[in-house]
Design a protein around this ligand. Structure first.
Ligand SMILES: [Zn+2]
Length: 227
């Protein structure tokens, strides 16, 4: 699945979605259309599709982003790092330990043992990072996982947020894990997401994309404070 959002008259942002059958998880490949470089967000279990896209187009992988350290979002880190060893792996500081801890990344619970390479870069709330000529603002959004981060991209005609497992279309991420917290998730959604412009496109970790405005109106789990 592929779509484009205009950045300016010369180039756009190309968004390619690769859905993993197991867990129905969405991996995203983002590229500015005037560049041969891209980033991959949350490579899951369909790694061959991602590699075929990169190799088929002779694109360079500038960085691997993880929104958080759960198995379905990190399973592809190791094969990608093996093929592209110089691409830095980036994750929120408070989720970095999950990469190499099969119990914390939930893989043991599913009868697997997923161990990702360690992070090259860890990020905190409010950091600006730039890869493949794309600039992102990091926002810390705990609740589903303590170190979960989302990445905001403001240079397209409508802003977009790579949101992992925080907000889903008319739903929210699970908070029934030992380190989960609905209270934290609700606060993160209200303060870090619902404060974004209504037209902001939300690229979700599972299921269809949505917008901030749609969720403020229709999300049955988290409503804006003054709703
Ligand atoms: Zn998750």
């Amino acid at each position: 699945m592929q779509s484009q959002l205009t950045i300016n008259e010369q180039f756009s942002l190309e968004i390619t979605i690769v859905v993993s059958e197991m867990f129905g998880q969405n991996a995203y490949i983002l590229r500015r259309t005037d560049q041969d470089r891209c980033i991959v967000v949350d490579p899951g279990f369909e790694i061959q599709q991602i590699v075929d896209y990169l190799e088929g187009n002779a694109y360079q992988l500038d960085a691997i982003f993880n929104t958080h350290g759960h198995i379905d979002h990190i399973a592809g880190n190791k094969p990608l790092k093996t093929l592209y060893p110089s691409s830095p792996l980036i994750i929120g500081a408070r989720d970095a330990h999950k990469l190499s801890d099969p119990e914390a990344n939930l893989s043991l619970g599913y009868g697997m043992e997923v161990i990702s390479p360690v992070a090259d870069i860890t990020v905190e709330d409010g950091e600006l990072i730039r890869f493949a000529e794309l600039a992102f603002e990091t926002r810390l959004t705990p609740g589903h996982s303590p170190g979960h981060v989302v990445w905001l991209f403001r240079d397209t005609e409508i802003p977009l947020v790579i949101n992992g497992d925080v907000l889903f279309k008319e739903s929210v991420g699970r908070t029934d894990f030992p380190d989960g917290s609905f209270k934290q998730l609700e606060k993160a959604i209200r303060e870090q997401l619902y404060t974004l412009p209504d037209e902001t496109l939300v690229l979700t970790g599972h299921g269809n994309s949505t917008t901030i405005g749609h969720e403020k109106q229709h999300n049955p789990f988290v409503q804006p404070v003054n709703a």
